[in-house]
Design a protein around this ligand. Sequence first.
Ligand code: AMP
Length: 309
Amino acid sequence: MSILCVGSVALDSVETPFGEATRVLGGSANFFAASASLFTSVQVVGVVGEDYPLEKLDFLRERGVDLSGIEERPGESFFWAGRYHYDLNSRDTLETRLGVFADFKPRIPESFRSARHIFLGNIDPTLQLDVLNQVDDPGVVAADTMNYWIEGARTELLQLLERVDILLVNDAEARQLADEPNLLKAAEWIRGRGPSVVVIKKGEHGAMLFDGDAVFFAPGYPLEQVFDPTGAGDAFAGGFLGYLARRDRMDHETLRRAVVFGSATGSFAVEDFSIDRFRSLDMQQVVKRVREFREMTSFEAPVREVLGV
Ligand code: AMP
């Protein structure tokens, strides 16, 4: 089951308290594809300028990522610069230059249109809608967004939500979108606008799944070394949707497991700058981490001994 993904194909300059990287590969589509391609084939739609080192994405091609939907246009590639604070949970955006994304009109290649799983990565919601209008009959539509679009393109974003099955956002974005500080209420508000499933990512503190009346929570994987949190959310989405596409199911048990796979792939993203950790990552390492999650979170409830019931 291949996944069609649209998102930013960017160059990032990132500063963390532990180092910095200048004009490295980034963007929601790259992080998503690097992660999801561990599970299934991925087709990417996006745009880059003449300055983009596309040859550096060859390792993704070798892993079954079809990059033929990335257009090359005269001009500058999408550029994002950010600086992380000491605890790495908060960051400041120093600069966003849309470049060739500013007047991008996505054209979905004929061979991509029959995809069953669609990931609308973090880009202008108008473009996300434009992509949805060009696919035949998607089974599962998952989407991500961020403060930049929640503030700047709210009407279009709300229109998009009506056609989305799964929204993946971080806690700050969920609160901002729903204008509601309580995350349970924010998730409920979002589910009332279209998506039947909401995943709220909380960085190193894990992720929450809201599906029907059920809530599920997976912790973040405890890491000793975190280099660069950029892209962890998209790598989470790649593991999450990659798992769903590979199983071709959407029941609650499968969604719960998908959240754990997402937490695992997200945790690898932060172990190096850019998408570099994915160059050497394979499914065995992911599965090992998923098993560790199980060890870390399962326990026997000694109800009888303590309460005598
Ligand atoms: P994340 O850390 O998961 O939020 O993803 C960070 C990635 O999103 C970076 O690689 C950026 O290139 C990309 N990015 C940042 N701002 C935007 C934006 N406004 N639209 C699309 N992509 C963005």
